[in-house]
Structure formats: structure tokens, C-alpha cells
Design a binder for this molecule. Structure first.
Ligand SMILES: [Zn+2]
Ligand SMILES: [Zn+2]
Length: 137
């Protein structure tokens, strides 16, 4: 399946080809701050599954994640939408912020990570795998 998405203002557009490697809920505190939401939903893809129409307006914020590794969070410099993240430990993977898909109805997260930081208002699905920290290798 091919899916398209983009930021709120539309200057940053992308397409993904094929199924995501994984879809998950992330409850980490950095995701809360960046998205201003109680958690984020992320779809991971191999970098060669993702194509961007334009990267010119993107800005990237780099920080050290909870795991001690560099996390690069890219967002639209015009409207501020978080669009994707990259993590040092997974150099061939791009983590799409799933709320940016034009149609996200197909998304079915299979796990929750960083549940140690999960908020009371973000109790999601007790039947899926959950991990207190990052996804185990
Ligand atoms: Zn934008
Ligand atoms: Zn997170």
C-alpha cells in the first residue's frame, strides 16, 4: 500500500511505499513535548520506502534520547508539524509521525513503548505488548 502525508501547511509532503516495519505508541516525555500530545503514534519504515517531494522547509532538532542515543526530530519550519524522527541506533529507518498521514485510518499500532512515562489520560490497549522503556532488541 502506498500512503501520502504531509505537514499542516502542506509544504512538506511525502509518500511511503509498502507496509511499515512497525507501528507503535510512544509515551516518552520528549514525544509529549514535541507533539504537545499525551503520546505519539509512530510508523517506522526503511528509508528507501519513503520519498519526499521537498525537504526545503524542514528543520531538525537534535537531542539525546532517554536511551543515550542521538534522536533527530524533523518538523516543518513553516507550520511546526512534527513530521519524522531518526534515531542513531536505527540508521536505515525513518519514524513517521503517524498523525501526518492524509488518511491514518489503517494504522494499527502493535505495541506501546516508554510506558513508565504513560499518562493517566493515555491508557490505550492492555492487549498489546508494552515496554517500560525502548523497544527491546
Ligand atoms: Zn508545514
Ligand atoms: Zn517518544
Amino acid at each position: 500500500m502506498e500512503h501520502a502525508g504531509g505537514c499542516l501547511c502542506g509544504v512538506t509532503r511525502y509518500k511511503v511505499a509498502g507496509d511499515p516495519i512497525r507501528v507503535l505508541y510512544c509515551h516518552c516525555n520528549d514525544c509529549k513535548k514535541q507533539t504537545s500530545a499525551p503520546y505519539s503514534v509512530v510508523a517506522s519504515y526503511a528509508k528507501d520506502q519513503v520519498s519526499f517531494e521537498s525537504l526545503n522547509s524542514l528543520k531538525t532538532y537534535e537531542s539525546i534520547g532517554d536511551s543515550g542515543n542521538v534522536v533527530k526530530r524533523s518538523f516543518c519550519g513553516r507550520c511546526g508539524s512534527p513530521v519524522f524522527s531518526e534515531v542513531e541506533v536505527l540508521p536505515d529507518v525513518i519514524l513517521i509521525k503517524a498523525g501526518t498521514f492524509d488518511n491514518a485510518a489503517w494504522l494499527k499500532p502493535s505495541m506501546e513503548i516508554y510506558t513508565k512515562d504513560r499518562l493517566q489520560c493515555a491508557q490505550i490497549d492492555p492487549s498489546i505488548d508494552s515496554f517500560p522503556g525502548p523497544r527491546p532488541k
